[in-house]
Design a protein. Structure first.
Length: 616
């Protein structure tokens, strides 16, 4: 514990935060090269550095992977890497590394089998043809919220990406340069596949066409109005650094949307957006990596809380600096969340350092936990606490659970949208991890009675969404261990007995998947298989989650708990591929996250909880 605490203290930045990397593979690195080359921006040093990182991550068979145990490799990542390396100008098609990459791409279906977002990037830069239709016409943004389907039935993360996509798809915008490579030799078939890999979207088209009839005006007027509305949607959601919602993907797409609308390469909006993306770069093992966003607030609230749980007093200068940083990051702006939850004062926290209007449930409960010891001693923290708690309570979904960003954004109709990974990208439904951790916060850190309807409804949601094997699926982590940890700790904090059949079933499941070395490990494959898939090795973070859940559900240390503790102690100096295995997810099959802070936070929490409950 002392070693972990000292490491965290050493890594704190001058403003009280922790800036551990938010690592997401090589796709953002590749897209940044493609973006800079397309805009013909003279950023040679950055392009060389990104090229070096991409090459360093290539597998022996020529492919790039999203995670260690991904069979042979990932097609879309390999296409993006291959394209960016060629566009960089520092790699040739004749190089053996590129020949191996090409062989992998063709053997796995060719460029036409890429994921939708890769195809959109390729269409924007002239490597594939835009389809004759786009199933989400820009006019959709005009549909009133009360209709069976509207733009605001899509999650805020989905909207931030779809608004620029609808603009560029409507324009069928293409931007090539004299340096643009040609990828025509990456097609495996003589005829290209369908762009959307979808065969029947008539229901969707009928719904949207029906909605258009409620919008007054001539078709041309409606179209121009929709294009302007989509543009304004983007521009009114720019963060102070110029990025769209502080996400790499939405900012990348917004830049192309602005180009499609007539803005020049050197428009101040585009230059500021580029600089905003560049400000999110970090260094990992000597290589520059373009982060998808920063995880600064998330790192800081989790670390502040973990330090306090481990015995560092809230009056310690390290904790004081962290919590004052967090106080400055509480949001005061009405974001899109207010559309589905009107009449509530802002009080949430966002994820990244620059996030000012997209609060999320996880960061809000985590920040409130971090400042909880200061509420009775400082009026400023007391006010922040009250606003945060009220915001959390107001965000409970009608089904009793909690989602990530918004309230009641889970319209079944959006599931017919032809977007791969739609359940990750389009909807923002109640999940076990969000619901469990919210209940854990309400039960352990507020005075809300255990029989309060808010807690009872949350408990009921969890009990009704347990998997048959006893686990729960977690939306933002990998996957069933993550969800089960959140559910057990949430139920325990809500007054549910450790002997309750639901908790006992979950405990037995965790026992059944414990590895011989005392740890736990789950593969990223779980999220697409929709069932638990073992990693084959133990992972420190996932082991800490499982261990923390068992500690919460037990009155005394069990052999499984002691074996888990022994594994964490033994693995504290372990340095192998499991250390960098991604245990966070953004979109199953396409976007996984390695949080560099987790290797410190969750082992420290689990060991601290063991010590507090069983030793002291």
């Amino acid at each position: 514990m002392n070693r972990l605490i000292l490491q965290l203290k050493k890594d704190q930045t001058h403003n009280g935060s922790w800036e551990y990397p938010f690592e997401t593979g090589i796709s953002t690195d590749a897209y940044m090269i493609i973006l800079l080359r397309t805009l013909e921006m003279d950023e040679e040093e950055l392009i060389r550095e990104l090229t070096s990182r991409i090459l360093s991550r290539q597998e022996a068979n020529g492919a790039w992977k999203l995670f260690h145990d991904e069979e042979n490799g990932n097609l879309s990542s390999t296409v993006a890497a291959y394209y960016s390396l060629l566009y960089s100008g520092y790699v040739s098609k004749e190089d053996s590394t590129m020949q191996a990459a090409k062989k992998f791409i063709l053997a796995n279906g060719g460029i036409e089998k890429s994921l939708l977002f890769t195809k959109i990037m390729l269409a924007l830069t002239g490597q594939v043809e835009w389809p004759p239709y786009f199933p989400l016409p820009v006019e959709m943004i005009l549909l009133p919220p009360e209709l069976p389907i509207s733009f605001y039935d899509i999650s805020v993360f989905g909207r931030s990406n779809l608004a620029p996509i609808m603009i560029v798809a409507d324009k069928k915008f293409v931007k090539k340069t004299r340096r643009s490579p040609t990828l025509s030799d990456l097609y495996a078939a003589t005829e290209t596949d369908e762009f959307f890999n979808v065969h029947d979207i008539q229901q969707l088209i009928s719904l949207i066409e029906h909605g258009f009839k409620s919008v007054p005006g001539l078709p041309h007027y409606i179209h121009e109005l929709a294009m302007n509305r989509a543009k304004q949607y983007m521009l009114t959601r720019l963060e102070p650094d110029g990025t769209l919602c502080s996400y790499f993907s939405s900012t990348f797409l917004m830049i192309f949307a602005l180009l499609a609308l007539g803005h020049s390469n050197r428009d101040p909006l585009i230059i500021k957006a580029i600089r905003g993306l560049q400000s999110m770069k970090c260094t990992i093992q000597g290589h520059i990596h373009m982060q998808y966003t920063t995880a600064t607030v998330w790192n800081t609230n989790l670390i502040s809380f973990a330090l306090q749980q481990a015995g560092v007093p809230s009056t310690d200068a390290i904790v004081q600096k962290a919590n004052h940083y967090l106080a400055k990051r509480q949001q005061t702006t009405y974001g899109d969340w207010a559309l589905h939850n009107p009449g509530v004062i802002p009080g949430g926290w966002g994820f990244s350092d620059i996030d000012t209007f997209i609060p999320d449930i996880d960061d809000t409960t985590a920040s409130l936990r971090a400042i909880s010891q200061l509420v009775g001693t400082d009026p400023h923290f007391h006010q922040a606490w009250n606003k945060g708690v009220q915001w959390i309570l107001s965000m409970q979904n009608s089904d009793g659970g909690w989602a990530s960003f918004e309230k009641n954004v889970n319209d079944a109709l959006v599931h017919i949208l032809p977007i791969e990974g739609g359940r990750f990208f389009i909807t923002d439904s109640s999940s076990a991890d969000l619901t469990g951790r919210t209940l854990e916060f309400l039960g352990n850190y507020t005075n809300l009675p255990k029989h309060h309807q808010t807690i009872k409804r949350g408990v009921d949601w969890l009990l009704h969404h347990q998997e048959k094997d006893g686990s729960w699926y977690g939306r933002w982590g990998i996957c069933y261990i993550y969800g089960t940890w959140a559910a057990i700790t949430g139920l325990a904090a809500s007054g549910v007995s450790a002997q309750h059949p639901s908790i006992q079933k979950a405990v037995n499941w965790l026992h059944s998947i414990q590895n011989a070395d005392g740890g736990w490990g789950e593969s990223c494959k779980s999220d697409l298989a929709n069932t638990y898939v073992p990693l084959g090795s133990s992972n420190r973070t996932q082991s800490a989650w499982a261990l923390d859940a068992l500690i919460a559900a037990s009155d005394q240390p069990t052999p499984e708990i002691n074996n888990g503790i022994a594994y964490l102690l033994k693995a504290s100096n372990q340095n192998d591929w499991t250390n960098s295995y991604p245990v966070g997810q953004g979109m199953g099959g396409g976007f996984y996250i390695h949080y560099h802070s987790y290797q410190y936070i969750f082992p420290l929490l689990a060991i601290a909880h063991y010590k507090r409950k069983f030793i002291i």
